[in-house]
Design a protein around this ligand. Structure first.
Ligand code: 5AD
Ligand code: SF4
Length: 450
């Protein structure tokens, strides 16, 4: 008899992608096989995101589209999980408006997914396995089977949750307090990955700089990186996300001194205005941020810097917004992920009375995008003629005529499909850059590492 099929649809960040790999791995260990298309699946899990309203609406619309699949195949099991379902009002929505969703489990229940699946299959009733973080502080997922989507790049969660409570952000409420994995567990996972040929390891955490504060092992994030870099093998180590208030000189030194660390730093700025940073509860100033960038460039002159910026936070004046554009020009980020402020229920910023109109938010967003496009183009053009090392990914997602690689510093590069693809796939290569656009580089493979 053929095995039942599972399909996992993931919204949101890398943490969610990493969780989905565990959900998939667990289902496979319980006899499922991965479906290529959701139409074929016997079990569909929607892993949701809550960071902005748009992300929630996409996940809900994804759930909505499953109604007809359930009608066509009543035995289909549909589950939802992830950040969105940790919010009471969204749970009520799912209970009332999505009756064909059979079960829901929260972010603090991931490690129980195998038992939840058994229970759901044995029961005739819908199952809601959601508890707030007050009821269940959440555990650390150790030892779950993982079905990775790539055989050359891997995500490794090093910590879960966040203690920062930035005033706009829902994450601390839907992912709970910071919990770090034991150093030995992280090292063992990375060791196994590199022994199995993984070339790029990305350590994940909402605020990786806080790694180890709760383990009592005396290993902070910088020390964890030092120990990982001491492992054998040809691999590159990346991490995300850092908080500017604790992106320390020690961490920057570790990156500068270890050839295995990607010369790349994602450091979310959020705003260039000190009064907005204060209202956001970010606990640093623009001056402190600039000092950190200065030290990074001093230690690692060719570092690739990226950032997150929110436009239209409550109370943001024209002057505040100009401060953001000004710091963008001063720093010259390689890339910026920019977001229109989205009101999140239960966060302090949602109570602020000085909300900004959609019109102003959109206008500021388009000015910011225009400026960043100029800066990114300049940054990329400076790379023409240079050689970047990267992992070859295969056919490009955006242009099927080309192949793509991401450089170890995070730049997307397109190049012609090699004649003998199997000799290239998943390997490190040196690629000479021949042409540059704002978000894309073009190049030619110069050397392949075996
Ligand atoms: N509105 C808009 N953007 C947000 N982010 C987090 N919360 C919100 C919100 N309420 C952005 C921040 C963060 C990134 C992951 O998402 O820039 O760094
Ligand atoms: Fe959200 Fe701030 Fe925590 Fe990042 S550091 S997850 S923005 S609360």
């Amino acid at each position: 008899m053929s095995k039942p099929l599972i399909f996992v649809e993931t919204y949101g960040c890398q943490q969610n992608e990493a969780d989905s790999e565990k959900i998939l791995g667990t289902a496979i260990s319980k006899g499922y096989e991965k479906a290529e298309r959701k139409q074929d699946a016997d079990l569909i899990i929607i892993n949701t995101c809550a960071i902005r309203e748009h992300a929630e609406l996409r996940a809900l619309s994804g759930a909505g589209q499953l109604k007809h699949l359930k009608q066509a195949k009543p035995s289909l099991l549909i589950g939802m999980c992830g950040c969105m379902v940790q919010q009471e009002h969204r749970m009520e929505d799912i209970k009332k408006r999505y009756p064909y969703v059979d079960f829901v489990f929260g972010t603090n229940k991931l490690s129980s997914f195998a038992d939840i699946l058994d229970e759901v299959k044995a029961s005739e009733k819908r199952g809601f396995f959601v508890e707030s973080y007050q009821e269940n502080p959440g555990d650390i997922c150790e030892g779950m089977p993982v079905c990775r989507s790539s055989s050359s790049k891997a995500y490794v969660s090093v910590m879960y949750g966040c203690n920062n409570f930035c005033s706009y952000c829902v994450v601390p409420y839907v992912r709970g307090r910071e919990r770090s994995r034991k150093c030995a567990d992280v090292i063992n996972e990375v060791k196994t990955l590199t022994e199995n040929g993984y070339r790029e390891i990305t350590l994940l955490g909402q605020n990786v700089n806080s790694y180890g504060k709760d383990t009592g092992e005396g290993v902070n994030f910088s020390e964890l990186i030092r120990r990982l870099c001491a492992l054998d093998g040809d691999f590159v180590l990346k991490f995300m996300t850092s908080h500017p208030k604790d992106a320390s000189h020690e961490l920057i030194d570790v990156i500068a001194d270890n050839p295995k660390c990607a010369k790349q730093f994602h450091l979310p700025l959020q705003s260039g205005s000190n009064s907005i940073l204060k209202a956001m509860n970010r606990k640093y100033t623009r001056e402190k941020y600039l000092e950190t960038v200065e030290y990074m460039r001093y230690r690692i002159p060719d570092i690739v810097l990226t950032s997150d910026i929110i436009v239209g936070f409550p109370g943001e004046t024209d002057r505040d917004f100009e401060d953001t554009l000004d710091i963008m020009r001063t720093v010259g980020f390689d890339n910026v992920y920019s977001f229109i402020y989205s009101m999140r229920r239960g966060t302090p910023a949602a109570q602020m009375t000085n909300q900004i109109s959609d019109e102003i938010k959109k206008e500021r967003m388009s000015r910011l995008l225009e400026l960043q496009c100029e800066i990114s183009t300049q940054k990329n053009q400076a790379l023409v003629g240079k050689v970047l090392k990267g992992v070859i990914e295969g056919e490009s997602k955006s242009n099927p005529k080309k192949w793509s690689a991401h450089s170890t510093s995070g730049k997307l590069i397109h190049f012609d499909r090699p004649e003998n693809p199997d000799e290239y796939l998943g390997k490190f290569a040196d690629i000479r850059i021949t042409e540059a656009k704002a978000i894309m580089l073009y190049g030619e493979i110069e050397k392949i590492y075996n």
